[in-house]
Design a protein around this ligand. Structure first.
Ligand SMILES: Nc1nc2c(ncn2[C@@H]2O[C@H](COP(=O)(O)OP(=O)(O)OP(=O)(O)O)[C@@H](O)[C@H]2O)c(=O)[nH]1
Ligand SMILES: [Mg+2]
Length: 335
């Protein structure tokens, strides 16, 4: 509660000089001011006033952080493992940002709390910034909000950004595409659904961690995984064993991260980042078009009128959408 109050005083609203601008916030971020970082993420997430200028200022500053996605089924030990990674990176003097993407937390709130408590020991460290994010109906969705958060942390000077995502829905795949490398965390278990889940995860992992390796069935699970992992672009993703609760195996994981990072050539990096810039552009276009649609068509009952026309057999969805498109964009659209 105290923190919320502080945020409000410094960056949350009116000050003696008047309302703080996006530029003020952006400057705060570039100086690494934690309250500014926190407030800025919220402003960008919610598209509040000032987000345009913040975005312009910050997006030209970033590009230095190494972004690592940590994906895997619920309860595999991703947060526990991140805790271990934070310690290792801090020991090497890297500043670490953590983004916990948690679509399920709106329902339970439990996982978020768990993450907070588990990572609490780092929360007083100025070199660590942890942000949990629920998909609370953000414009453009979770991956857009995650991208913006990464942008802010990157500009604020965090060297490594760890992004935790659960499961393998489209959201997670989108989030994985934001990362420079992805670590997939699994645990020994059985069941067909798990196999299906792994199928999606197999595609995105650059390193696989079999966590809870002290549990029964770990050897078999590792063996199965080794057999299923395929070489991609000259890199055979290693399969590592870990007991994240004790951080056993974290040195090997750090080594694997280092190796992967070393072999990324500047050209590959450029290619990845160009692809990302393109995706961002498409996403932004898409959300602006949706806004436009919302603005022009829903408020005044246009959609209902066209629906009636279709019902009455006087139009069809294809023809109607072409007409509406040309109306929105004021261009002639091919039917
Ligand atoms: N036995 C054992 N338990 C572990 C290990 N690592 C983590 N756990 C436990 O597994 C549970 C889930 O760990 P989390 O780190 O919250 O897993 P998560 O993947 O982040 O979970 P979600 O964020 O809810 O998807 C916790 O009770 C951990 O204490 C391990 O190496 N061995
Ligand atoms: Mg977690």
């Amino acid at each position: 509660m105290v923190r919320m109050e502080l945020q409000k005083d410094k960056y949350g609203g009116q000050t003696g000089r008047g309302v703080l601008t996006g530029e003020d916030l952006a400057e705060g971020v570039l100086k690494g001011d934690r309250l500014a970082i926190s407030r800025t993420i919220t402003v960008l997430e919610d598209n509040l006033q000032g987000s345009g200028s913040i975005y312009r200022r910050l997006s030209r500053k970033g590009g230095n952080a190494f972004v690592v996605g940590i994906a895997g089924p619920p309860g595999a030990g991703k947060s526990t493992l991140i805790n271990c990674l934070i310690k290792e990176f801090r020991a090497r003097n890297s500043k670490v940002g953590v983004v916990a993407v948690d679509p399920s937390s709106i329902i339970t709130g439990g996982a978020l709390m768990g993450d907070r408590v588990r990572m609490l020991e780092h929360s007083l460290d100025a070199g660590v910034f942890i942000r949990s994010m629920a998909s609370r109906g953000n414009l453009g969705g979770v991956s857009t909000a995650t991208r913006k958060t990464i942008l802010v942390l990157d500009a604020a000077g965090y060297d490594v950004i760890l992004v935790e995502t659960v499961g393998v829905g489209q959201t997670e795949l989108d989030v994985a595409s934001l990362a420079d490398m992805t670590i997939v965390v699994l645990m020994p278990q059985t069941g067909d659904d798990v196999q299906a889940m792994k199928a999606g995860l197999l595609e995105i992992g650059d390193v696989f961690v079999m966590n809870k390796a002290e549990l029964e069935g770990a050897d078999r699970a590792v063996l199965q995984l080794v057999l299923s992992v395929k070489e991609r672009n000259g890199w055979k993703p290693p399969v590592l064993r870990m007991s994240a609760q004790r951080c056993a195996g974290v040195k090997e994981l750090m080594e694997a991260i280092g190796k992967f990072r070393e072999r990324i050539t500047p050209e590959q990096m450029l290619k990845v980042r160009r692809g990302r810039a393109r995706d961002e552009l498409v996403q932004s276009l898409r959300s602006k078009m949706e806004e436009l649609m919302e603005e022009r068509l829903t408020g005044d009952g246009t959609l209902e009128r066209f629906a009636d026309l279709i019902l009455a057999g006087r139009s069809d969805p294809e023809e109607a959408s072409s007409k509406l498109l040309s109306r929105i964009f004021k261009v002639k659209s091919e039917n």
